[in-house]
Design a protein around this ligand. Structure first.
Ligand SMILES: Nc1ncnc2c1ncn2[C@@H]1O[C@H](COP(=O)(O)OP(=O)(O)O)[C@@H](O)[C@H]1O
Ligand SMILES: [Mg+2]
Length: 1005
């Protein structure tokens, strides 16, 4: 079957230098044999390194690494193959004494691979993308016998080779100049891990407990009771890092450290890790000829007293050095020979460290060849009688047979905490301070795996240094992780397809849904899923058909998803959406955003838009305004790409209004986005002559202006709303406009008029079952209406009426069951209680309000409730200093949220607290500022109490001139009188009377 996928590959192109002139000089028959020898060499070398040749072009080949199967280190393997190829071709017979020379170009990147063939039949694989072109262009600029690689390739293989920067080149077919690097030679280190930590050893984060246990084991081993530790954990979790840390810290006391690295490409090479390690110790060099190696081996054996011929033969054998003639190995059976080999190698350790202690590590045992595992087995048996600490690292899916033994210490490595994860990122980013949001994104995406965290952070830092082409820098998978992630998926074989399909559903997918979109017999599907789980890439819960699967890491899911072609993804999302719609119809109501997502990704935008709108409405109705705003914004963005017509304008208007409401609730009424959404909405209304829509828009603008401190502008909007309400006669319009205007009158201090309007609105709400009416602003109008009526009645001295409204208000808000309304109601209740001096009650109400605000993210009301709580605490005399600090801190925060309305009240409270703690002079300044703010923003309601407080402060000041206190109180009386605020009037008058009484006494004294 024809199947195509997107994947990262490394393309290698090599070309024979000067072949044209060769053709001219050579006899055609000789030329043919030269080319034949060259191509055979290419096939051998590239094949040995796991590359696939897909194209022969006369005297050159194009090969891919990472296809058909990704390896963990494809870019490095390709470079290694290139080096080997250059050396091998250089050794070919030189025609007419002129050695053959190559140019090689290598590039790494995403391509689309069409698997047109059952691979054996030799038809070419179709690979499309700029990567092979780039490799070809790089090859063309390479000097003879040099290897030139692209930036991505170099980036991935960094630390493993030395490169020379060749600068940038304008290459045909590439718009921007392209960077090129020449490969100098393989860095002289044995493994990727060494390469990694060589230059950039970052400080170890966390892992205190694990290190402590390793030290305990080391201590026990040192004093004679050898130990075995299994370090178990997912790739990149930090197994090697921990081993390295241990090695460094015990370096002064350990007499021998042996690290045997298994390699994913050498699982079948007998004793590969051992021979590599021995070669390193014996000082073998890449360029050493047979004789030099022989010499070096002899020196090594002499140094360690290896004299008997059998042992010498074994070591020569393991190291691939030509054996001495007539050695005893030649006559042994295979079994005997491997037995002798194992014994010799273990004995070698004894010879190298007769007394110990020694640290022996087998790294990545899941890639070990069987002979090495047998050797390990034997070493483990022997450990108890030696001063050895044997540490074996392995991935979770590999369970060594000896791991169950009670003598083995299992040390599973878990994911890092958020704090530790952040530390790794900040360290990688070093000087490039990551913005908090970016850091959070990396930490979330890295999910506690150090390797992912490092690579993501590096990627983001580099991407922000060199602007990303697609602008998605922070969300993509770094190229450096791509190969290893895909390699893990490729190892799945046929089950990989299931991983891709599951990934299209999401990080989490159910058996139900998967089986509905997969055309595969149940048994096969079950098998594939089992394999997925066994591979350690996916976790499952429950048994089919009720089972649920989760990709263990988001990056794995993304890698699986991204290997799907865009076209295929679209089809899959379409199928998923259809299945969800038809077979799981409840999704439409319970999770419209899920359905909307799949429709969007399938390109069915027309279906998706109403679903996003629904998701937004649903979230808003639960007062989940953050999500609501996101969904509505998505709907809006998609809608604006549709062709414009009347229907579109209606929906756009509704979305804009909803967006403004949710943004106002979640971010504050005066953030610019709210103003923008409202003015766009108003423009649409004007164009359409849409009065119903216009109402909501004007109401929104009205709230916006109230909070911004423009009560005049707000009143204008409220009157317009009132006019619309009279026109339409709709109860929701009449209630809402009554509440809006009533609120403004209350704030101004026009109390009787406010009471009339608010009471009427409340009554109409109750008469028309208002909770069922369409909601036109972010809060329920009864909650808003009663909350302000409460303050009005209090000021007017109707205590019984106020108490009744207060209890109605809270009962109603609880019945509504919408957290935003309840937070609103509780905050206004607290406001009223504070004015009454019921401070203990304020603490209760604000506590509950704060909890709701924190849980649901309502920053404005969180600030309001928090301030009220601080005020109450101050009045109660509990840590008044702290209360003052908290109340003062809130002032700039209100400004940041754009809330000028009520600033006089908060300033007045701060002045009161300053008076309490004895900062009388400051209190005076603050109270003047408060009265100023009340006048500027029209918050007349507070004027009388503010003047009263000013009188209190004046009375406490030492240098107050006679008559000033009285004048302030007179002002309080006058204002209250004009407003019909009889309670405020009474309080100011009582003070005034007390002073008037005092005055003569003071005079007579
Ligand atoms: N605790 C840690 N603190 C800091 N960096 C770490 C830590 N653990 C791992 N790393 C880094 O994360 C990367 C992956 O770790 P590594 O030890 O190679 O993982 P594993 O061997 O488990 O695949 C390395 O670059 C390593 O330096
Ligand atoms: Mg490792």
């Amino acid at each position: 079957m024809h199947r195509a996928e997107r994947r990262q590959v490394t393309a290698l192109i090599c070309d024979l230098v000067g072949s044209v002139s060769l053709t001219v000089r050579l006899d055609p028959e000789d030329m043919t044999s030269v080319i034949d020898a060259f191509l055979t060499t290419c096939e051998n070398v590239i094949g040995r390194h796991g590359g696939a040749i897909t194209q022969y072009a006369g005297d050159g080949v194009l090969a891919y690494f990472g296809y058909p199967r990704a390896g963990e280190d494809d870019a490095a393997t390709a470079i290694r193959a290139a080096i080997a190829l250059r050396d091998a071709v250089g050794r070919l017979d030189a025609p007419q004494g002129q050695p053959l020379r190559l140019r090689i170009g290598i590039a790494t990147g995403l391509v689309v691979v069409s698997d047109l063939m059952p691979r054996a039949d030799g038809r070419p694989v179709d690979i499309v993308g700029e990567t092979p072109n780039l490799a070809a262009r790089l090859q063309s600029i390479a000097a003879p016998d040099s290897i030139v690689v692209a930036r991505t390739t170099k980036r991935i293989a960094r630390g493993m080779f030395d490169f020379r920067d060749l600068g940038t080149f304008a290459l045909k077919g590439f718009a921007a100049p392209v960077e090129a690097f020449e490969v100098l030679e393989e860095a002289a280190v044995a493994s990727r891990f060494h390469a990694r930590i060589r230059g950039e050893s970052s400080p170890l984060v966390g892992r205190d407990q694990e290190l402590a246990r390793l030290f305990d084991c080391w201590a026990a081993a040192r004093f004679g009771s050898g130990q075995v530790v299994l370090l178990h954990g997912e790739p990149g979790i930090g197994k090697s890092r921990l081993v390295e840390e241990l090695r460094r810290r015990v370096a002064d006391v350990s007499q021998l450290q042996m690290i045997w690295h298994c390699s994913p490409t050498r699982c079948d090479s007998v004793l590969y890790p051992i021979s590599e390690q021995l070669a390193l110790i014996a000082g073998f060099d890449r360029t050493d000829g047979a004789a030099t190696r022989r010499d070096k081996l002899d020196r090594f054996m002499n140094a360690h007293g290896v004299t008997d011929t059998t042992a010498r033969a074994v070591l020569a054998d393991v190291l691939g050095v030509a054996p001495e003639p007539d050695n005893p190995l030649q006559t042994m059976t295979v079994e005997k020979r491997s037995e002798v080999t194992r014994e010799t190698l273990l004995r070698l350790i004894d010879m190298m460290v007769p007394t110990g202690p020694a640290l022996l590590v087998l790294e990545d045992a899941h890639w070990s060849d069987t002979t090495t595992l047998e050797l390990l087995d034997r070493a483990i048996q022997r450990a108890a009688q030696r001063r050895w600490l044997i540490v074996v690292t392995a991935r979770l899916e590999y369970e060594p047979p000896w791991a169950a033994s009670p003598k083995v210490t299992r040390l599973p490595l878990g994911r890092l905490s958020h704090g530790d994860a952040e530390r790794i990122c900040t360290h990688v980013a070093a000087s490039a301070a990551l913005p908090a949001a970016t850091l959070r994104q990396i930490v979330n995406r890295g999910e506690g795996i150090p390797l992912f965290l490092e690579e993501l952070a590096k990627y983001v830092v580099e991407a922000s240094a060199a602007p990303a082409r697609d602008g998605h820098a922070s969300v993509a998978i770094p190229a450096s992780l791509q190969d290893s992630l895909v390699a893990r998926l490729d190892r799945l074989g046929p089950a990989r397809r299931i991983a891709n399909l599951g990934a299209a559903i999401g990080r989490r997918f159910s058996y139900d849904l998967l089986s509905a979109i997969v055309a595969e017999p149940e048994a096969r599907l079950g098998e594939s899923l089992d394999q997925l789980v066994k591979s350690g890439l996916v976790e499952s819960s429950g048994a089919p058909p009720d089972s649920l699967y989760t990709f263990k890491h988001a990056l794995i899911r993304d890698a699986a998803y991204e290997s799907l072609l865009r076209r295929e993804r679209q089809t899959l999302h379409g199928r998923i959406a259809a299945v969800l719609r038809d077979r799981f119809p409840e999704t439409r109501d319970t999770e419209p955003e899920l359905l909307a997502y799949h429709f969007t990704e399938s390109g069915a935008i027309a279906e998706a838009i109403p679903l996003w709108a629904d998701a937004g409405r649903r979230a808003a109705s639960r007062a989940a305004h953050v999500e609501a705003a996101r969904h509505l914004q998505t709907a809006l963005d998609l809608l604006r790409h549709q062709s414009a017509d009347g229907e579109r304008a209606d929906l756009e208007l509704e979305l804009l209004i909803g967006l403004a409401v949710s943004l106002a609730a979640s971010r504050g009424y005066t953030v610019p986005e709210v103003g923008k959404a409202l003015s766009e909405a108003r423009a649409i209304c004007d164009a359409l002559g849409n009065t119903a829509g216009l109402f909501a828009v004007l109401r929104g603008i009205c709230s916006f202006l109230i909070i911004a401190g423009d009560l005049d502008g707000a009143e204008e909007m409220a009157h317009l709303c009132l006019g619309i309400g009279e026109q339409t006669g709709l109860p929701e319009h009449r209630i809402e406009s009554g509440v809006a205007l009533g609120y403004i009158l209350f704030a101004r201090g026009d109390l009787p008029a406010a009471r009339r309007l608010l009471a009427a609105a409340v009554q109409l709400y109750q008469a028309s079952d208002g909770a069922r009416l369409p909601q036109l602003s972010s809060q329920d109008p009864l909650v808003a209406g009663q909350a302000s009526l409460l303050q009005v009645l209090h000021a007017m001295g109707d205590d019984a009426g106020a108490a009744a409204v207060a209890s109605d208000l809270i009962a109603h808000a609880r019945r509504l069951g919408r957290p935003f309304d309840l937070a609103w109601a509780l905050s206004w209740l607290a406001f009223y209680q504070l004015a009454r001096g019921d401070y203990e009650d304020v603490l209760l109400a604000t506590e509950e309000a704060l909890r709701i605000c924190r849980d649901h993210g309502y920053p404005l009301y969180q600030l309001v409730a928090g301030s009220l709580q601080a005020h109450a605490r101050g009045h109660l005399g509990r840590t008044p200093d702290e209360a003052l600090a908290a109340a003062s801190e809130a002032l700039p925060a209100f400004q940041t949220l754009g809330m000028m309305h009520f600033s006089c009240f908060y300033l007045g409270e701060v002045a009161g607290l300053q008076l309490i703690v004895g900062k009388t002079a400051e209190a005076m300044q603050t109270i003047d500022a408060a009265i100023d703010a009340a006048r500027r923003y029209g918050d007349g309601y507070f004027l009388s109490p503010l003047h009263r407080r000013r009188a209190e402060i004046l009375a406490a000041l030492p240098d107050t001139a006679p008559g000033q206190v009285t004048a302030a109180l007179r002002e309080a009386v006058t204002v209250a009188e004009a407003q019909g605020a009889s309670a405020f009037l009474r309080r100011a008058a009582a003070r005034l009377a007390a002073i008037d009484d005092d005055a003569p006494r003071r005079q007579s004294a």
